[in-house]
Design a protein around this ligand. Structure first.
Ligand SMILES: [Zn+2]
Ligand SMILES: [Zn+2]
Length: 241
């Protein structure tokens, strides 16, 4: 079965995420847009994932808890987990690898932790959008240790991307999927070094108006977080459909 997905969304816990991107608003907008499988992936934190998953499930959506991790090399990687508990455990581990910088809400924006009913639980004081000291090559193993799967984000963009930083796709890194931004020129997807990879396109929405209508589908045996993770964790060359 093919399911409409968006596996890269930010909430108001990302400093660059709009305050209107509460877990409740985000879930409602995803449902209105006709999406079926959605993931919350704030910068270097899973702090709003439990609230988002509850809100999204109330709309009948399949919801994954995730994070957009920034590596030592300033490469963004989307990490997805089978449940909010494991995502929060992973998030606590990542917090130890963030630079000791406080957020400046006036400059970077607020970082709000919210419940699933638009109540504010608190404001994160550590600056979340910096780079961790985790090297890119460690990410697949680290995420798999928490039962998750990971794919490099917006690889066609010049900044904060695998191709922008490394210049080429290295299959030895162990990623089986990669994300192309919606602005990606079609010829880039046909690069020989990307052959055999599962290429995803997500909105990377930071505000409600950036959430797309249902456009891209994922072929899965069942609409569950586990099925998404199993598919993205496949080795290159074994994917079909
Ligand atoms: Zn990014
Ligand atoms: Zn993002």
């Amino acid at each position: 079965m093919h399911y409409y997905y968006d596996l890269h969304l930010h909430s108001c816990l990302s400093p660059c995420g709009s305050d209107e991107m509460t877990p409740a608003n985000l879930a409602a907008m995803c449902a209105l847009a006709g999406l079926e499988i959605v993931a919350l992936t704030d910068h270097n934190t899973c702090g709003n994932c439990a609230s988002f998953c509850r809100a999204a499930q109330a709309h009948g959506l399949t919801a994954l808890a995730g994070m957009e991790l920034c590596t030592q090399e300033e490469i963004h990687v989307v990490c997805l987990f089978p449940d909010p508990q494991r995502a929060e455990d992973f998030s606590r581990e990542i917090a130890r690898h963030l630079p000791p910088i406080a957020n400046d809400p006036d400059y970077f924006g607020r970082q709000l932790r919210m419940d699933d009913g638009d109540g504010i639980l608190g404001e994160e004081s550590a600056f979340l959008a910096g780079s961790t000291d985790i090297p890119l090559y460690e990410v697949p193993r680290l995420v798999a240790a928490w039962g998750g799967a990971a794919f490099p984000a917006h690889i066609d963009r010049p900044a904060f991307s695998l191709l922008g930083v490394l210049g080429l796709w290295d299959p030895d890194l162990g990623f089986s999927a990669a994300e192309l931004s919606y602005r990606c020129p079609p010829e880039l997807a046909r690069r020989p070094d990307l052959a055999g990879l599962q290429l995803l396109t997500n909105s990377d929405a930071h505000s409600l108006d950036q959430i797309w209508g249902a456009e891209h589908t994922l072929d899965l045996p069942e609409p569950t977080p586990q099925a998404v993770i199993r598919r993205l964790a496949c080795q290159p060359g074994t994917l079909s459909g």
